[in-house]
Design a binder for this molecule. Structure first.
Ligand SMILES: [Zn+2]
Length: 131
């Protein structure tokens, strides 16, 4: 059992924003940590994105939890989509309500992003663009 913390960041929003990525060797440990973060059931998850928020509910630091046995392009892309949307939503003016759509729990956006990205990557491999 073990977990590795990887910090990634971007300045795309104009300031450096960091995402914490925890990679677990044990699936049960990853699911327990995810379930314990907000009390939601993640007993069937292969990847999870949560976030720390400020007093206004705006995301400060997204947290991605991955399991080494499921590091596929679609799962990694899906969790990154959650984190990126959460960061983007946090940069919008306070008058814009982000709670319903522009945050890390928007599953439709994350699936849309990861489905399209993983399909494109798969096709790029199939056409020989990647070695
Ligand atoms: Zn998701």
């Amino acid at each position: 059992m073990g977990v590795r913390l990887i910090r990634i960041s971007s300045r795309a929003t104009g300031e450096r924003r960091t995402v914490r990525v925890y990679v677990y060797t044990d699936l049960a440990e990853m699911r327990a940590a995810a379930s314990g973060f907000r009390g939601q059931d993640h007993s069937d998850s292969l990847g999870v994105t949560h976030a720390y928020v400020d007093d206004d509910g705006r995301v400060t630091v997204p947290i991605i939890r991955l399991w080494v046995g499921a590091l596929s392009a679609i799962i990694v892309s899906h969790e990154i989509a959650h984190a990126a949307l959460a960061i983007f939503g946090s940069t919008l003016p306070k008058r814009i309500a982000t709670a319903k759509h522009l945050h890390n729990a928007n599953e439709t956006h994350a699936h849309l992003h990861s489905d399209l990205e993983s399909s494109l990557i798969r096709m790029l491999y199939a056409h020989g663009y990647f070695e």
